[in-house]
Ligand binder design. Sequence first.
Ligand SMILES: Nc1nc2c(ncn2[C@@H]2O[C@H](COP(=O)(O)OP(=O)(O)OP(=O)(O)O)[C@@H](O)[C@H]2O)c(=O)[nH]1
Length: 442
Amino acid sequence: MAIPVTILCGGLGAGKTTLLSNLLESESERESRDIAVLVNDVGEVNVDANLVEARTDLAGGDELVALENGCICCSLGGELSRSVIQLWKEYDFDALVVEASGVGEPEPIAQQFVRGPAGGPYDLDTVVTVVDARQFTETFVDDRAGTPQRQGPDETGSRPLADLWLEQIEFCDLLVVNKCDLVSDEERERAVAVLETLQPRAEILTTEYSALEPDQVLETGLFDPAAARESAGWKQAIEAAAGEGDGHDDHDHGHDHTESTTDDHDHDHDHDEHTHDHDHDHPPERYGIETETYHRVRPFHPERFTALLEDLPDGLVRAKGLCWVAGRERQALTMSFAGTETTLEVTGRWVASFSEERQETFRQGQPDLQWDEEWGDRESRLAIIGRNLSMDALIARLDDCLLTDEEMDDDWSTYETENPTPTAMGQTVTIAVSSGHSNRTD
Ligand SMILES: Nc1nc2c(ncn2[C@@H]2O[C@H](COP(=O)(O)OP(=O)(O)OP(=O)(O)O)[C@@H](O)[C@H]2O)c(=O)[nH]1
C-alpha cells in the first residue's frame, strides 16, 4: 500500500519543527506509526534535522533525510524523488512527513508525490501550512496605520515573502494557526476569517505550540488533487465570475464577447454582479472582509498602473490575476499582491498574438476561452480580497489606469519602451507600496 505523505509548510519560525517534534514524540510514546521525515532548511541545512533527531528515537537519524543543497524547490526533480524512493526501499515505515523550508512553495513539492516517480510508492495525503498568528495578523489583518511592514526578498530570489506565505496558505488542505498565545481572541478570530477567505477549502485549527494529535495531521485523507490547484480564494472568485467554475451556475455575466473595447471603460462590470449567489464556499463577509473580481477588456496604461501599485490601500489583503498592459500586446502578465508588494510576471502569451493558424488551434483546444472580436483573449481579470477596504474606490482607481478612449486611438509604440513592466517569459518586476503612501480608498 502506498505510504501517506504529509507536507508541512509555513513561514519561517511559524512552528513547523515544533509540530513535527510533537508528532514524533506522540507516535513514539504510543509506539503506533513509524514516521520517516524529510527536512530541509534554506542555507543552513540540518538545524532542524539535528533538533528532530535529538528529540526522537529514530535510529541514528537514518530515517531522517536532510537535503544537502538547501531548498527543496531547487532539488525537486532529482534529489527529493531520489531521497524518498531510497528511503522507501531501505526502510519500513508507515508515514512520511516532508518539512518544507520556510520559503518553499508547496505546489511543486506536492507534484512530486502526485506525478513524479515518488507518486508510485507514496500517496500525498495532507498539505499542512502552519501560520504564525501574530505575524499573519500584523501583515495581513491589522489595520496598518502608519508605515507598512516591509517584506524582504527570500534567500533564493527576489520574490516577496508575503507572496510565498500566501501561496502556502492558498494551496494547503489544513491550516494550523499557531502561536495563538500571542494574539487576543478577537485577533485570532479575525485571522481565521481572513484565512477562510484566502483558502475556503482548508480545514483550520488553532493551536499553541503546534499542539495537535497525530491523527489531525497524518492520514487525514484531506488532499484532493483536483481541488488543490483551484481552491485558492482568489482563483475561485475569478472562476465564479468568469463562469468557468464547476458548472453549478450559469453565471456568464461580464464576459460577453460583444463587450466592446472602446466603450468598455464605462461598463457596469463584474463587480456589480459579483458572486454572492454562487454556492462555492464564499468568503465570510465578517470582519469587513470582501472579495471582488475586476474584469476589463482594455489595457492598463503602464505608468498609471505601476503608480497605483505603489500606492495601494492599506485594507488590501490579496490581489491576483492576469493583466493586460499597453505595450505588452504579446505578454500575458500575472499580477500578485501580498503584504506590501506586487509582483508582475510574464506567465504566458496572449493567444491573440500568435499567427491566425495557431490561434485557431489554441481556440479549438480551449473552446471556453473568452474571445473579443478585436482584442482576442487580451484582458485583465483580477481577484481582489480586502478588509475594511473601499472596494468601489479601488475599482475606480483601477479604471483610471486604463487607457482612455483617446489613448486607445493613439499610437501605442511609446508604451513599449516607456514601460516598467516585464517583457520576457518568466521575468518578474516587484513593486513595493511606497512607505509614505496614503490610505486613499479608506
Ligand atoms: N509563543 C509561542 N512560541 C512558539 C509557539 N510555537 C512555536 N514557538 C516557538 O517559535 C520558535 C520557532 O518554532 P519552530 O517550530 O522552530 O518554527 P519553524 O516553523 O520550524 O521554523 P523554521 O524551521 O525556521 O522555518 C521556537 O522557539 C518555538 O519554541 C507558540 O505557539 N507560541
